[in-house]
Design a binder for this molecule. Structure first.
Ligand code: HAM
Length: 425
């Protein structure tokens, strides 16, 4: 067997300490994860951890069977009992399923939930697009107030600013109620049908499966047709229009720069009313950092109570890549206050006891776990940037005193076992 045979499949990656590829450095991931947890505290979000494997049906029913995430990109497989399962492509449906199965409803009819973890989509890998990616997501159930929509958008902006991303723009649109959305869909289909021959092959396909997604097209030949397509804004009821205008006013009041974008439709079928994406100038083609929208009706579709809902998810890979374009946050160091070298079996036994006691007192210490010549051991301690090296040999064990070397000054002293922590302090 060679390492080549165990190579990771394309689109998957390791997160490593001291990674050469900085965005895969585990200390940057830890930095983002800390920010997620402090956001959760600030915004009173409770965590839900749903499994990575779910029934494939859950996503086909909620995201829409014709949506590309389910149709082409989902990792589906039969388990040994012939159940059709999948690796979750997104977080919302699993969180809502877990919520419906839980007893959380007995706690009231308003819930603020968050999740963090890997998602899987079989798409063509490129910078910012992976087959396993990670999302931080928030789902708020129980409010249909426009103020809730604005708070959620502002929460995501707050998260990006907290981690250090500055060049942000919110793109926002409304899809109206489900009824408005479906009558608009008919109008849109008719419009595109008349121009079918001029559309790109991808959009011709989408005309059959999901015409709304044509508005999202990046193909050159579709651009003028899309630009002249009827806008949802001309097909909204007064109530939906007023709701959307209220949200835009609230964004102004919250100092959130936005761009109204009537071509923004998002790739999942469960949205109604508000949809939004936050883009960063420092990302290339995959410039959408995060996005979300309102999904009233989704919870009852899964079998839960009919609570309105709104949420977002942001891709952590894209957050880190965007952040690194702007600045590099301080990477974690792995401090070592004392590197202990024990020279014999009895000495190792004593050394283990000493370092455990030091750790109990909060010192960051390491015991050399490979037998090395002293010169080599000292160079390892140097690499670890150890402040002190302690040597415990036969003589030291007998006298109950360690030989302690200060790695900066190179001076050497002898310290009794019971005075070691005092000395290090
Ligand atoms: P989404 O826009 O499909 O929404 O994904 C959310 C974010 O995940 C994207 O903005 C992007 O940053 C990241 N992302 C998606 N696919 C990939 C990929 N292949 N590689 C790297 N990053 C990726 C959702 O998933 C919805 N569940 C969001 C939501 C929550 N809506 C309401 N609540």
């Amino acid at each position: 067997m060679t390492l080549q045979e165990f190579k990771l499949p394309p689109g998957f990656f390791d997160i490593l300490p001291l990674s050469k590829d900085l965005w895969k450095d585990s200390s940057l991931w830890n930095f983002i994860e800390k920010n997620i947890n402090s956001m959760a505290e600030l915004y009173a979000l409770k965590e839900i951890r749903a499994p990575i494997v779910e029934s494939a049906k859950l996503f086909e029913r909620t995201s829409g069977e014709t949506c590309e995430i389910c149709d082409k990109e989902m990792y589906r497989f039969l388990d040994r009992s012939n159940r059709m399962l999948c690796l979750r492509p997104e977080g919302t449906a699993g969180v809502l399923r877990a919520f419906s199965e839980s007893n959380l409803l007995s706690e009231g009819d308003y819930h603020r939930l968050f999740y963090y973890g890997p998602m899987f989509r079989y798409d063509r890998p490129q910078k910012g697009r992976y087959r396993q990616h990670h999302q931080f997501g928030v789902e708020i159930l129980g409010s249909n107030l426009p103020e809730q929509d604005s708070e959620l958008i502002s929460m995501l902006m707050h998260f990006y600013k907290n981690v250090g991303i500055t060049d942000l723009k919110v793109h926002v649109n409304t899809l109206g109620s489900f009824d408005e959305r479906s009558s608009y869909l008919k109008i849109l289909k008719e419009y595109f049908q008349d121009l079918k021959e001029k559309l790109s092959p991808l959009s011709q396909k989408r005309l059959e499966t999901n015409p709304l997604r044509i508005l999202d097209s990046k193909e050159a030949e579709d651009q003028t047709i899309v630009l002249e397509a009827p806008s949802i804004l001309q097909h909204l009821s007064t109530a939906s229009k007023e709701r959307f205008e209220r949200i835009l006013d609230l964004l102004v009041a919250l100092n959130i720069p936005y761009q109204q974008d009537d071509k923004l439709v998002r790739g999942l079928d469960y949205y109604c009313h508000t949809v939004f994406e936050i883009k960063s100038g420092s990302l290339g083609a995959q410039n959408s950092l995060g996005g979300g929208g309102r999904y009233d009706g989704l919870l009852s579709q899964i079998g839960g109570k009919d609570l309105p809902g709104i949420g977002f998810a942001t891709g952590i890979e894209r957050v880190i890549i965007a952040l690194l374009e702007l600045s590099v946050p301080p990477l974690k160091s792995y401090p070592c206050q004392l590197y202990m070298i024990a020279l014999g079996e009895r000495e190792k036994l004593k050394a283990l006891a000493i370092i455990e006691e030091l750790r109990q007192k909060g010192f960051k210490v390491q015991l050399q776990m490979v037998d090395r010549k002293l010169k080599k051991a000292l160079s390892v301690a140097n690499m670890l940037k150890a402040e002190y090296v302690a040597i415990l040999g036969e003589e030291e064990l007998a006298s109950k005193r360690l030989t302690l070397k200060n790695m900066a000054s190179k001076s050497q002293t002898s310290v009794s076992f019971d005075k070691l922590s005092e000395y290090l302090q």
